[in-house]
Structure formats: C-alpha cells, structure tokens
Design a protein. Sequence first.
Length: 195
Amino acid sequence: MNNKMKQVILAFVLVIAAILGLNHKQLSLITDGIDLLTSNNATAKSEVTFVKHVDGDTSKFRINGKVKTVRYLLIDTPETVKPNTPIQPYGKEASNFTKKALTHAHKIQLDYDKTGNKGDKYNRTLAYVYVDGKDLNEELVKKGLARVAYVYKPNTKNEAKYLEAQKYAKSHHLGIWSKKGYVTNRGYNPNVYNH
C-alpha cells in the first residue's frame, strides 16, 4: 500500500476517533494496528535460499541476490560460536535443530515484521524464519532450545505466541528449562551445571 493511501486511511481514522472521543492509549492501539495492516512487511513473507548455518538463532540466506546474515527475531539460543565464550548447554542441540530444519526445507521464508529488514547494530537482518510454513523461531522456543529475548518495539507481533510457547517449554522442563537458574534475564548461566 502506498504512503498516500495510508495517510488517507489514518486521517479518516483520526476523525472518527475524535468524534468518538477516544483517549491517547486507545488511539495509539488503533494507529499501531493500521501501521501493521498497511506495512509492506506486515504479512508478506520473502522467499529466500539457505546458504550457511551459523548457530541456533543465526543463519545466512541469499536475499534478493545478496548473501545476508539473519538474526532470528525475539529469540535467543545458547551460544556455540561466540568468540571467547565456551559452548553453552543446549547450544549444540539448538544449533543442530536449526541446521536440520533449514537443510531439509523445501521452502524458506522470512518475515521482517516492521523494521527487521533494516538490520541491527551488527549489520544483521532481523526476521522471523518460516520453514515449510512453520515458524522456526516458535519451534525453537517450544522445544526448550531458545528463550524469548531482545523484544524491542515495533518488532513484536509474534511476542504473545512466543511467550505461550515458552510457557509450555518451561512448565514441561524442556531443554534450557530443565536446570533451575540456567535461564536468566541476561542470557544463560552455564555455571549451574558445574555444581
């Protein structure tokens, strides 16, 4: 949808909101919804080609003819290739799961949410990764191979379903949730495995 059409819709909604006397929070929810619905990246998924496996939450894909590193949105798997960091528990399991899924995929698609295609400070593209129609990010979380992390607006459309998947993994003590104290707000604490 072009910007002019988006502006017309937004102006119309603002007039209706004023007539109804909606408060700022209600209006904000409506405009966020319009942004999501009219964004070029809101529902369209780009088909890509798998190039190289990096680890559980990072891969290289050919996107529009260029090889780009893609960091999976809203999730974090234990480290396996980070410099000066030992391989963390469940890192290899997450890495192997991702590699197998991508290697055997018939169709891989990326969904950039609102701004993921602009990348992060490490020049990585940010995306939700779909393998044969299944959300790979969600699968990693549900199997206890990743935690929900790095949640920054406006790229949050899958947050609720990932938190639900995490709740399932946590309640069933799967993978990273099998050892109390391993998952922290800042990442993973491998030291709990040394006791």
